[in-house]
Unconditional design. Sequence first.
Length: 263
Amino acid sequence: MIVERIWTGNAYRNFNYLIACPETGEALAIDPLDHQKCLACAKANGWRITQILNTHEHHDHTGGNEAMVAATGAKLIAHHRSGARIRGVDRGVKAGDVIKVGKRVELECMDTPGHTMCHVCLRSHTEEPALFSGDTLFNAGAGNCHNGGDPNALYATFVDQLAGLPDTTRVYPGHDYIENNLKFTLSREPDNADAKAMLPSVTGHDPKTSVVTTLEQEKKINTFFRLTSPSVIAKLRESFPDLPERPDAKTVFVRLRGLRNQW
């Protein structure tokens, strides 16, 4: 499996992705908002884009669909309940469905509600696993729930699905927010040595060459995985004095997400 991460350079800090089969040159485009950069990348590598996957319905992920389909004839894939929110869907996918790219690439669909209630993540069936996480999981962060989402559902997605993936899973999110997210982690857990050590390497960095984290790293630097950390809980109690001494993980997650909204 070949993964090409494409930095759009736009105000939303989007990453687009091409996933190609090394044997056939067929490629899947994930959220190709900047269709021109995606098409240029495919052309430079001799790939043919045959499928498009939208992780969810927000325009900064679907805005390149029409131009990409017009240029390639690619089939559009999205969550099976996305309905009229995404125009022109050819295939609706559910949890466990597999997207095949060429002869050698298989990507399993995960139904990952929270950021929106019709969100798909993809996990690769490869020796070195990869997760294409859209706006569910960011490097050192979690998606917001402002536009059709639910933080309780996002918590369940993190705990019941993402946390159980192999620690070696490489994380490919829909946006570059790592610098700001690490600063939030340190605002909630000032003694987090791993986040503190990583921050200088991404401060003012070029997103084209940004680090690709693993899930093992995320569990160390991402406050939304660190729900039982005494430091996180102690700091949270400063904002929420009513918090019990040993709050349940869901309460910690939801309140952290609320604080991140205003941070």
